[in-house]
Ligand binder design. Structure first.
Ligand code: XMP
Length: 305
C-alpha cells in the first residue's frame, strides 16, 4: 500500500522538476490511470500540460462526450479519428494484427497532434502490471511505455510505473477525482475492437457498444466487478417472432480480480443473467443469443483477444 499523501507530493514535485519550464503532452483516455496522471501533472504545471484525447470510434457508449465534460477545465484536444481507425482495421481478422494496427494508428495520430503542442516531454499512465504483462509477451498493449514515437521527447514521465491498480484508485481518491473516475473499470486501449471477434466494422462495433452498455448498467453498481462487459462472438441461428434468423452471439463477462493477472468469474444470480439476456436480445436487433462466460483467468484472458 502506498502512503497516498506522500506519493502525491512526491509525484507532483517530480513532474515539476522533469518538466522544467516546458510543456508536457499526454494521451488522456479517461481511465483511472491517465486521469490520475493528468491531475498530478495539472497540479504540477497547470496549462503547460497538453492532454490529447483520441476518439478511435471504438469507445464505449457516451464515453467521448463524458470525457469532454469531465476534463473541460484542462486544455484538452479532442481528435475524432473513427474513420481512420475503421479504415486500417478493414479486412483484419487476426487479433494480434488488429492490436498492432490500432496501436500504430493511435501512435501516428498522437504524434501528429503532439507535434502541434511543441511539448518536450511525454507523460504516460503506465502502471506496474502493464510492464509485467508486456514484458511477458502475452500480447501487445498499446499504452505501454516506449511507444515507438517518431518524436524524440527529452523525457518520458511515468509517475505510476510502480503502482498496482488498487493503489492508483487510492491516489485518485486522495486527489478527489470524481467517484466515477476512481471506480472506473479498466478499458483496453484497443477498445471495443478486442471485444469484437473477426473483422471490426462500424456495424459490429455499434452492436457490441449497445450490448456493453446494457451489461454495465445491469452489473456495475449491483456487483462492483473488477470488469464487466459484452463481446460479440459471431453469428448463430435464432428465432425472433416466427422467423428464423442468423443473429449475433453476445458473450457477457463479469470478473473479480486484484490486478488483472488472475481473474474469477462472478457467480451472478440467475435473475440477473436472465434480465441481461432478455434486454440484449430485445433491445438490439440482430442479436439472437447471449452467453455468460464462466472461465477464470488463467486459462482465459479477461478480454476476448
Ligand atoms: P487480459 O485480457 O490480458 O487483460 O486478461 C488484462 C487487463 O488489461 C486490460 N487490457 C488492456 N489494457 N491496452 C490496455 O490499456 C490493451 O491493449 C489491453 N488489453 C487488455 C484488460 O481490460 C484487463 O483489465
Amino acid at each position: 500500500m502506498v502512503n497516498v499523501e506522500r506519493f502525491i507530493g512526491a509525484a507532483i514535485a517530480s513532474i515539476r522538476d522533469k518538466a522544467g519550464n516546458d510543456c508536457v503532452v499526454m494521451a488522456l483516455s479517461g481511465g483511472v490511470d491517465s486521469s490520475v496522471c493528468a491531475e498530478l501533472a495539472h497540479r504540477a504545471i497547470g496549462d503547460r500540460l497538453k492532454p490529447i484525447y483520441v476518439d478511435t470510434g471504438l469507445m464505449r457508449k457516451g464515453e467521448s462526450e463524458r470525457i469532454c465534460e469531465l476534463f473541460c477545465d484542462y486544455n484538452l484536444t479532442m481528435v475524432d479519428a473513427a474513420d481512420e481507425f475503421f479504415e486500417v482495421l478493414r479486412g483484419i481478422t487476426d487479433p494480434e494484427e488488429k492490436r498492432k494496427a490500432i496501436g500504430e494508428k493511435f501512435i501516428r495520430i498522437f504524434e501528429r497532434e503532439a507535434k502541434k503542442t511543441g511539448a518536450k516531454h511525454l507523460l504516460q499512465g503506465t502502471i506496474y502490471p502493464d510492464r509485467i504483462e508486456s514484458e511477458g509477451g502475452i500480447k501487445s498493449h498499446h499504452n505501454v511505455g516506449g511507444m515507438p514515437l517518431h518524436i524524440a521527447f527529452e523525457t518520458i514521465i511515468e509517475p505510476l510505473e510502480d503502482l498496482y491498480k488498487d493503489e492508483v484508485r487510492e491516489v485518485a481518491a486522495g486527489l478527489d477525482l470524481p467517484l466515477e473516475i476512481q471506480h472506473r473499470m479498466p478499458f483496453p486501449g484497443p477498445g471495443l475492437a478486442v471485444r469484437c471477434l473477426e473483422e471490426v466494422t462500424p456495424d459490429k462495433i455499434a452492436i457490441v457498444r449497445e450490448a456493453n452498455a446494457i451489461a454495465e448498467e445491469e452489473l456495475v453498481e449491483a456487483f462492483s466487478p473488477w470488469q464487466c462487459f459484452a463481446a460479440l462472438l459471431g453469428l448463430g441461428t435464432g428465432v425472433k417472432g416466427d422467423v428464423r434468423l442468423h443473429g449475433w452471439i453476445i458473450a457477457v463477462r463479469a470478473v473479480h480480480s486484484r490486478d488483472a493477472m488472475t481473474a474469477d468469474p462472478i457467480e451472478l444470480p440467475w435473475e440477473t443473467l436472465r434480465a441481461i439476456a432478455s434486454r440484449i436480445t430485445a433491445e438490439i436487433p440482430g442479436v439472437a443469443r447471449v452467453v455468460y462466460d464462466i472461465t477464470p483467468k488463467p486459462p482465459a484472458t479477461i478480454e476476448y483477444e
